[in-house]
Ligand binder design. Structure first.
Ligand SMILES: [Zn+2]
Length: 235
C-alpha cells in the first residue's frame, strides 16, 4: 500500500480524446478532511507496498495498524448504477472535495469530427476554464458549446462524460446527505482518467471499510451480489 505525499500536490487528467481536462489541487495532509462515516483503514507494515492477503495469524494482525480515512479516498464501486454507467464490473473512483478540482473544455468544433485525439497546441490554447459546479451540472448552452455531457438517472446523481469519445469522467451527488454531513460537495473522478501522475498512487490493499475482508477470495458473483462501495485510504 502506498500513500500520497503529505505535502500539497497536483493531479491532472481528462477524457480519452482530451476534449475534457481537469486539474486537482490536493492540500497538505493536515488540511485533508476525514471521510464522514468511514472506518479507519488497516494498513500493512511499511515494508509492504504491494497486495498482501489479509493477516492469518495473531503476529501478522499485531503488525497491522489503522489510520484515519481522509480524502482523497479510492472507492471500488460495484453498485448496480455505476456498473451499468461504466460498462464494466467495477468502477474505481477517487473522491475529492469539489473545490479542489477545476476543468478546462475544448469548444465544440465540427471540424474536429470524431476521429483522433485533440492534442494540438492550437486546440489546447482554445480550452476554456469553467467552475466545477458548472461542469457537474452543465447548462444546455454549455453542453451545446463543448463536449461535456450529463446523464442523471434520478436528478440527484450527475454523471459527467465526454460526448466526443464517450469516456465517463466524473460523478457528483447533489442531493441531501443529512444533518450530520460536515463537508462541502464532493466529486468522484474515474480513476482511469488520471494522467501519468496516477503512477504515484498504487492501488491499495482492499480493506474492510465496508466489512468486507479477504479480497483475494472474491469471485465475479461476489462483486455483483454485494452491491455496495468500498473505500481505502490513499492520503
Ligand atoms: Zn473525450
Amino acid at each position: 500500500m502506498a500513500f500520497l505525499p503529505s505535502g500539497p500536490l497536483t493531479l491532472k487528467g481528462g477524457c480519452f480524446c482530451s476534449a475534457i481536462r481537469y486539474e486537482i489541487c490536493i492540500p497538505a495532509l493536515s488540511e485533508r478532511p476525514l471521510v464522514p462515516g468511514a472506518l479507519p483503514t488497516s494498513i500493512p507494515p511499511a515494508s509492504s507496498i504491494t497486495y498482501q492477503p489479509a493477516p492469518s495469524s495473531d503476529a501478522a494482525a499485531e503488525a497491522t495498524t489503522t489510520v484515519p480515512n481522509r480524502l482523497p479516498t479510492i472507492e471500488y464501486d460495484h453498485c448496480h448504477s455505476c456498473r451499468r454507467a461504466c460498462g464494466s464490473l467495477l468502477q474505481v473512483w477517487i473522491i475529492f472535495e469539489l473545490k479542489w478540482v477545476t476543468f478546462k473544455l475544448v469548444p465544440r468544433d465540427e471540424k474536429l469530427g470524431s476521429v483522433g485525439h485533440i492534442n494540438s497546441r492550437e486546440q489546447q490554447d482554445k480550452m476554456v476554464r469553467y467552475e466545477t459546479q458548472d461542469i457537474v451540472k452543465p447548462s444546455k448552452e454549455l453542453q451545446a458549446e463543448t463536449y461535456i455531457g450529463l446523464y442523471s438517472s434520478d436528478g440527484e446523481a450527475q454523471r459527467t462524460f465526454c460526448t466526443r469519445c464517450g469516456t465517463p469522467v466524473a460523478y457528483h451527488f447533489s442531493g441531501d446527505r443529512g444533518p450530520d454531513w460536515n463537508l462541502g460537495p464532493l466529486i468522484d473522478i474515474a480513476m482511469g482518467t488520471l494522467g501519468k501522475a496516477v503512477d504515484m498512487i498504487q492501488i491499495p490493499q482492499i480493506t474492510d471499510a465496508y466489512q468486507i475482508k479477504r479480497a483475494s477470495t472474491w469471485k465475479v458473483y461476489d462483486l455483483i451480489s454485494m452491491g455496495g462501495g468500498m473505500t481505502a485510504r490513499v492520503g
